[in-house]
Design a protein around this ligand. Structure first.
Ligand code: PEP
Ligand code: MG
Length: 759
């Protein structure tokens, strides 16, 4: 059964046209279950009716014509209940509804299963039989399992319904793809797909003008693969039976001009890029093999795929990966990483779209710091069809629009204008003090990672750096940077912010931050070898970095603070302190004149919240990393778009923990800040101020908005709000209460997903 399920879902997944997909479903289910009828009804969101979409066994002429109201018939009943309905005498059921044109009167056995995606009923899949028999439990289970797997694929096919599997895709109609807001702002530009190498299915739909050279590259790649196969065959000739060796001849034949090679060349002749043409041809072959019932023939599908992969590897080894990017590039990819960001010159980069990840993924955080509008977790985006296409990225609402029409373009151009006016309106706040109306002072610092952040930060009146993510520099290298290389970079940073305080975090890799030259393979990376755990296990890396940080301060009028990430025990703090003291001693002994920096700990793990007081006794300051703290407290993966809604700044447990950390630090008379994204959330910032946080450190984009909020409240009023909030038990209610208070304080413009300019 598993094999059948796998095959059906693979086939449906490969069919990028909704009608083809549904046709495959009814055909394969009918034959796998041996039923007389299988049909699919899909819910049309506009008309709020079920539409008869595909069938085997009923009248195919009625496909697309018959509709059922939501409360009509047994199909309506399945949708209403959101659970299967299994009947052996359907016509006697009070909800039975006879539709003459379908020709279903003779079928007495009925099994209908809902197709559900993200709690929403998308449609119903129905099997029917003439005899009076109840479908048994295993049949019901089969259909439920299949339906659960198909739901996502149907949503995807629905979104990309204009395409066929064969040939060059038609143009994508204007489509709206929802995701999660990653970094605010709107980008109107051209999509460029960035994809991992050596995965045939990820090759995008790309065209070429260099037909002659593409054909040559392709033929050479095939020649090399032929030689490789020949070598493989002769190496195995003494171990395999002659009939098994014929497989290698079959491979060679598949590569003939009359087979795969010829088909690919034909497509290149039509202007299709060689890798795309190869993907299209291989996909079509695999799909037709997979559709066959014969197990032996299905296996040939894997052979074709293997051949395709081999040719692709050769093609990619020849291709110059460095490409030129047009102005207004919107980089899109399955899983964008911070490293990929660096590939596009900043002046060309307009926006980012990632199929996976969420607003608290590191790539989104970097994008925020750089001011690049970003949408994350756009699960249904047809990546392969988005090569160099017009696109709008709405980083406020978390929406991507492909092939925008005139109205959409006009709307978004207006939003861009309003946003610019809004930012300009905040400009005068730049030189104002950040304090509440009744004089309570809060320090507004910035989070940095790239040198490009520096100018933006200073321009917006940053009073210091609360988090310098040193790993960004490590990620852009192809080996560990030397102590001297690091010293120079850190010195530049310190000088740029002089005489302000600069908080440098020691290397925080692991989780979703990987170094290409230091791969960490783990089942559960966020609970694995991350942050301080890695660097304490590699003191040579830690010592070189700390030495570079301390030495960088020589002769610079700046104030260095060193911060330790992902601390979960006192032992880690003690060990790190010992190593830092060792560095300082050595440097002084070398005759370099430097001060011992302040050392602080990030509170990112629930264990550290409970031990905040023990920790702060040993160090100079604390800083809450709310991005990770929320993830670990709520057990919600910060990168998983499926649970993004459960990732809540205003969760009562999170607020209690945050309050506990301030109290712990202040009871030891030590300063405490927060450097997670929450600090830059205008509504959260006022609660954090009321809690007593001394420093709010955020991406420079939000700095002036937060200053505006703090300057609009009296501390006494903020504290009253906080007291009320701390007694509430529901994140949604807390959020709406705080937003209400913001409106009352005249800050209504900040409540919308995008700030509204008064123009
Ligand atoms: C955090 O976890 O809140 C934090 C600031 O660190 P990062 O986002 O780099 O993990
Ligand atoms: Mg963190």
């Amino acid at each position: 059964m598993l094999d059948v399920l796998r095959r059906i879902t693979q086939e449906v997944d490969a069919a990028r046209d909704l009608n083809i997909a549904l046709d495959i479903i009814v055909d394969r289910v009918q034959s796998a279950m041996g039923t007389e009828v299988c049909s699919v009804y899909l819910l049309d969101d506009e008309s709020k009716q079920y539409v008869f979409m595909a069938t085997r066994g009923l009248n195919t002429e009625m496909v697309g014509k018959v509709t059922l109201e939501l409360d009509e018939g047994l199909v309506g009943l399945v949708g209403e209940r959101a659970e299967p309905v299994n009947l052996h005498n359907a016509s006697r059921h009070p909800r039975y509804h006879y539709v003459g044109e379908l020709g279903e009167e003779k079928y007495e056995s009925f099994l209908g299963v809902p197709i559900i995606h993200h709690r929403k009923v998308l449609g119903v899949i129905v099997v029917q039989q003439t005899g009076r028999r109840r479908f048994d439990e295993s049949e019901e289970a089969f259909l439920i399992t299949l339906s659960a797997q198909l739901a996502g694929i149907i949503v995807h096919a629905q979104a990309t319904g204009a395409f066929t599997i064969s040939g060059v895709a038609a143009d994508l109609p204007a489509s709206r793809f929802p995701g999660t807001a990653g970094a605010p702002g709107v980008a109107i530009g051209t999509s460029i797909v960035i994809y991992p190498e050596a995965d045939l299915y990820q090759v995008p739909e790309r065209t070429t003008k260099k037909i002659k050279s593409e054909k040559k590259i392709f033929r050479n790649a095939v020649k090399e693969v032929r030689a490789e196969i020949r070598k493989l065959g002769s190496r195995l000739s003494d171990r395999l039976q002659p009939e098994e060796l014929t497989l290698f001849d079959a491979y060679q034949r598949m590569l003939d001009e009359t087979a795969i090679t010829g088909e690919v060349i034909e497509r290149i002749d039509q202007g299709v890029w060689s890798q795309t043409a190869l993907r299209q041809v291989i996909e079509a072959h695999v799909a037709s093999f997979e559709a066959l019932d014969d197990h032996y023939m299905r296996e040939r599908g894997s052979d074709v795929l293997d051949l395709g992969q081999r040719i692709l590897t050769k093609l990619q080894s020849k291709e110059e990966r460095k490409r030129t990017y047009p102005r207004g590039t919107v980089l899109i990819g399955d899983d964008l990483t911070p490293g990929m960001l660096a590939e596009v010159p900043r002046s060309k980069l307009a926006g980012l779209v990632s199929v996976s990840g969420s607003g608290s993924s590191h790539v989104a955080i970097l994008a925020k710091a750089m001011g690049v509008p970003t949408v994350m977790g756009v699960e249904d985006l047809p990546l392969h069809l988005l090569e160099e296409k017009p696109i709008i990225v709405d980083g406020f609402d978390g929406v991507v629009i492909t092939y925008p029409n005139k109205d959409q373009l006009a709307l978004y151009k207006r939003i861009v204008k309003e946003e610019a006016a809004f930012v300009e309106g905040l400009e005068p706040l730049k030189d104002e003090r950040c304090e509440t109306k009744d004089g309570h002072r809060v320090l507004l610092w910035v989070n940095t990672g790239l040198m490009t952040d520096v100018a933006r930060s200073l321009d917006r009146g940053a009073e210091g750096v609360g988090l310098y993510r040193t790993e960004v520099h490590f990620m852009m290298n192809d080996r560990f940077p030397t102590e001297e290389e690091q010293r120079l970079i850190y010195r530049k940073h310190l000088k740029a912010f002089s005489p302000r305080q600069v908080t440098m975090r020691t290397l925080d890799i692991g989780g979703d931050k990987a170094l290409s030259y230091f791969p960490i393979q783990e089942e559960n990376p966020f609970l694995g070898w991350r942050g301080i755990r890695v660097t304490l296990d590699h003191p040579e890396i830690f010592l070189a970095q700390v030495r570079a940080m301390i030495k960088a301060t020589e002769g610079v009028d700046a104030y260095l603070r060193i911060m330790l990430p992902m601390v979960s025990s006192i032992a880690e703090v003690d060990e790190a302190q010992r190593l830092i003291s060792q560095c300082y001693r050595e440097i002084v002994e070398e005759g370099v004149e430097v001060e011992m920096p302040d050392v602080g700990v990030m509170i990112e793990v629930p264990a550290a919240v409970y031990q905040a007081r023990d920790i702060v006794k040993r160090v100079d300051f604390l800083s809450v990393g709310s991005n990770d703290l929320i993830q670990y407290m709520l057990a919600v993966d910060r990168n998983n778009s499926r649970v993004a809604e459960l990732y809540q700044d205003f969760h009562p447990a999170v607020l209690q923990a945050l309050k506990q950390v301030v109290d712990a630090a202040h009871s030891e008379r030590k300063p405490v800040g927060i450097c997670g994204e929450m600090a830059g959330n205008p509504s959260a910032a006022i609660l954090l101020t009321a809690m007593g946080y001394d420093v709010l450190s955020m991406n420079s984009t939000n700095l002036l908005m937060v200053k505006w909020v703090i300057r609009s409240f009296e501390m006494t009023r903020a504290k009253k709000m906080l007291n009320k909030v701390l007694k509430m038990d529901n994140a949604f209610l807390i959020k709406s209460y705080v937003e209400d208070e913001m409106r009352k304080a005249g800050l209504g413009q900040l409540i919308h997903s995008r700030p509204v300019a008064v123009v």
